[in-house]
Design a protein. Structure first.
Length: 503
């Protein structure tokens, strides 16, 4: 017995020693990671919303003690013949489902690393620092909401990656992401969950109060104003649900900060799920249930690792072929106070239908600004030129001339042309001309600028064709470009993304 006892003591001691060592090592690793995150936040002066770190039990307590929620529970119990305790449990379940738990390591280590690795292997992510300067126009104490168009399921990753040096975003995420491990990942990134087609009044009251609670506390949010992915490439009609909740905080007398909306326009040379979206567009049957969302998501997720594998192999052999450009542009900040100041009557004293009509007009204004700010990527402008020319066979010179015409129109209308690595040489020459303008005649400068504009138009066409030819949408035969008539819907889809900008 003594021998067995000794073995048990040794085993117990070894287990204790292992756990102690593990705790020390994990603690050291965790502390080192947190230090690196804090250094990153300090170096980049990242705006971090402290309320994201609030414990869920405190948020639950605030919501359960809200006067409107309390009355909603009583009304729901009375209307449905349910015990108040059961309705309270139901509301607590809603809160548990909606409220996230923000984790710095998840967002700035796991999330940023995954985003950086995934996006830069799949796309050439073009960040326009000058365009991003618009964010500095926002007063420091403002509550900021980024309103975005919705092109792809990876929009969440792209926008968060583009803004990682300024802020951390809290997204409203649909029920499609409420599966393991996506639910845990999204919640650790600070995303909150919503049931888009769930009509129960009590649920929407709880959601409204949560959205207003985090807005009152200054949490920076990102909302997709269209409410779903674009099927035909054009912007969809604006949805006002979450927007109306956020605007509602202006009713609160304790809220004295500025509420600012930033139009954020997203565009890609290659939307990973474009074929599925186009198929739904042409059939006139949009799939939007959780099963359909998951099927689309898994197609993207399934495709992603394959793309990563092939791109890593190409990278190792020096033949990396990305899916063109991906970019985000920002419109000028829109201040809610300016909109409310133009209202003849107090927005919040209007009947519900009249108020929602005014909110819809505000949402439409934001959507219009998003459309005007959409990044003009090489594939999209090349596709638009091909659609407008409406020829099955044409020369590269014809296409280049049309693209040059569209580029001029984009500039005239304030559009942002996306210039990636393919434009580096011509951009250096343009910068040189800008520096030496004073020492040259006007005629010479005009001639050089016209020549370089054609050169950049040709670079745009070549960058666009690089993707279109690889996708077999366009072929090159005997020196001419031949459009694949079976894939013209893809050209229409990418051309449509510029509708609001070019008309």
């Amino acid at each position: 017995m003594n021998g067995i006892g000794n073995y048990l003591l040794i085993a117990l001691g070894a287990l204790v020693a292992y756990e102690a060592l593990r705790a020390v090592v994990l603690g050291a690793v965790r502390n080192r990671l947190y230090r690196s995150v804090r250094d990153y936040l300090d170096d980049n002066r990242v705006r971090l919303d402290k309320y994201k770190f609030m414990q869920k039990v405190i948020i639950k307590h605030e919501l359960m003690n809200d006067t409107d929620v309390h009355q909603g529970i009583i009304d729901h119990a009375r209307e449905n013949g349910i015990k108040i305790r059961d309705v309270q449990d139901q509301v607590e379940g809603y809160i548990e489902e909606i409220v996230p738990f923000f984790n710095l390591l998840s967002y700035y280590k796991l999330g940023y690393w995954v985003a950086n690795s995934f996006l830069n292997l799949i796309y050439e992510v073009v960040i326009d620092r000058e365009n991003a300067e618009k964010l500095k126009k926002i007063p420091p104490e403002s509550v900021v909401v980024f309103v975005m168009n919705h092109r792809s399921n990876i929009d969440y990753i792209l926008v968060a990656y583009m803004l990682a040096r300024q802020i951390s975003l809290s997204y409203a995420v649909g029920e499609w992401a409420r599966v393991w491990p996506l639910e845990y990942i999204f919640k650790s990134f600070g995303a909150y969950f919503i049931r888009r087609r769930y009509r129960e009044r009590l649920y929407h009251l709880v959601l409204e109060k949560y959205v207003q609670l985090i807005s009152l506390q200054g949490v920076t949010q990102g909302i997709f104003l269209e409410g779903g992915l674009s099927r035909d490439g054009r912007l969809r009609a604006a949805k006002i649900g979450i927007l109306d909740y956020i605007i509602g905080i202006k009713k609160n007398k304790d809220f004295d900060r500025e509420l600012v909306f930033i139009p954020a326009a997203i565009n890609y040379d290659w939307v990973l799920e474009d074929r599925t979206l186009i198929q739904e567009w042409k059939k006139g049957k949009e799939k939007s249930g959780i099963r359909d969302h998951m099927a689309t998501l898994f197609r993207v997720v399934g495709k992603g690792p394959l793309l990563l594998f092939f791109n890593l192999a190409r990278y190792a052999s020096g033949r990396l072929k990305q899916h063109g450009c991906a970019s985000v542009s920002f419109g000028d900040p829109v201040f809610l106070s300016e909109f409310l100041a133009k209202e003849k009557k107090n927005l919040f004293t209007l009947p519900r239908e009249a108020r929602l009509a005014r909110v819809q007009e505000f949402a439409d204004t934001l959507l219009h600004r998003i459309g005007k700010a959409v990044p003009v990527t090489p594939v999209c402008i090349t596709a638009r030129a091909l659609v407008l020319l409406a020829k099955q066979r044409l020369t590269k010179t014809e296409l280049t001339m049309k693209v040059a015409e569209l580029r001029r129109a984009c500039r005239t209308k304030g559009g942002r042309l996306v210039h990636g690595r393919a434009f580096e040489s011509s951009q250096k020459i343009i910068n040189g001309i800008e520096r030496e303008k004073k020492n040259r005649t006007r005629e010479l400068v005009d001639f050089e600028e016209d020549l370089l504009e054609f050169e950049q138009s040709l670079e745009t066409v070549e960058a666009g064709l690089d993707v279109l030819v690889r996708r077999k949408i366009v072929a090159v035969r005997q020196g001419r470009l031949v459009v694949n008539t079976e894939k013209t819907t893809l050209l229409e889809y990418y051309s449509n993304s510029l509708d609001r900008l070019l008309g």
